[in-house]
Design a protein around this ligand. Sequence first.
Ligand SMILES: O=C(O)C(=O)C[C@@H](O)CO
Ligand SMILES: [Mg+2]
Length: 391
Amino acid sequence: MKITRVRTRVFEWKGKVVPPAPHFCTNASDILFERGDAMASFRFHGWLVVEIETDTGLVGIGNCALAPHVAKKIIDQHLAPIVMGEDPFDNEYLWQKMYRRTMAWGRKGVGMAAISAVDIALWDLMGKAVNRPVFKLLGGRTKEKIPCYASKLYATDDMDAFLGEARGYLEQGFTSMKMRFGYGPKDGPAGMQKNIAQVRALRELVGDGVDIMLECYMGWTLEYARRMIPRLAEFNPRWLEEPVIADDIEGYAELKKMSPFPISGGEHEFTSYGFKDLLERRAVDVIQYDTNRVGGITAAQKINALAEAWSVPVIPHAGQMHNYHLTMASTASPMAEYFPVHDVEVGNELFYYVFQGEPLPERGFLQLDDTLPGLGLTVSDKHLHDFNIIE
Ligand SMILES: O=C(O)C(=O)C[C@@H](O)CO
Ligand SMILES: [Mg+2]
């Protein structure tokens, strides 16, 4: 099998968007004085889709979401020439070639997101070529079904709406859910009180038999997190997520050491080298790579092996098929994230509008089909009119 064409498209959402609520989630820009949209760094309304065509007629589909226009350019100019004419089954060779040829400017961030998209398409192709789902190429079924947690619960002053959403997840059978903090260092003690009130209300609603995860999205400082952790302990969270920026590995290590509950991170880390650092410095209790950023399935599989050896669970960021197949195939990975399907808001939900084939949970579990080859995704034609598509 030989690669004959690499087609890249950016799907830019132009349809209806839920207006952003203030303080719906802390983020890394919070400590700055912002003149414009304080949540801009948080939202993304575009997706990069790569389709790799072969001389067999099979087409592999990959994707990445962050800075999709830049990722498209990187693939068109730098990665497509590397994979053209090659056999998708040489995925390790091709990964190394993409990584090493872009080493001077790639490695982390959008360079690695672009490699991830191509790599995911190669795995989709390999699955399709042998008529097997990708998880069967990664080790197979380690779980009857994948437990997942509902992930939205944006911070809001409307406590009734917040608790109503959580009640909905309970009714749907979820036994774990993630909420977002709305306030950070510059909001002072009053913001701290609001953060704590939100967690308290959620814990009181769900009781002790449900896990709650707490998301900071890098919007706190080390000092603020040090002050918050003792106050959060009574609510027994399943984890506190990305309390500080991704580069502050020592900060994570310090918080992990002092915290009576787990600290998670890695959503903005890249390749097995990045995770080797996090593991060796004992910086996180839970690893949350996203396959469409971290280096694709080729890199994620290596991180799963590292995590298994260090006994650190992998619960990938975002759910989505490229992550679900890895979760199904690894005992290091006990659970998946699940973004509820709803109107386009911050961008997390856009995957459902770009692709068809994502599984939906039943009573808190996701299932993958043993008979669907590859990742089991197609590009959806249902919402094409709501996108600008840049080819
Ligand atoms: O789901 C997460 O872990 C994220 O950080 C997603 C991000 O978009 C915050 O909602
Ligand atoms: Mg997160």
